[in-house]
Design a protein around this ligand. Structure first.
Ligand code: ZN
Length: 63
């Protein structure tokens, strides 16, 4: 079990659930995180954008 693979996700091209984490980058000044996946079946690669977790500082939320 790895934090990069989520249950229910699959390749948008062939719907194979066998994919692997490929890369990650922050976009839009860190507001979003884009994760690149690569399908193990058809080698299709795609980016998935998710809202970045709040941070990197947590001290702001503690107040
Ligand atoms: Zn595929």
């Amino acid at each position: 079990m790895t934090p990069f693979e989520r249950p229910g996700r699959c390749c948008p091209k062939c719907e194979n659930k066998g994919y692997m984490f490929w890369a990650r980058k922050n976009v839009e000044e860190g507001k979003f995180v884009e994760t690149k996946y690569r399908c193990r079946s058809c080698a299709h690669e795609w980016w998935e954008r998710i809202p970045a977790p709040r941070g990197p500082k947590r001290s702001e939320d503690a107040a």
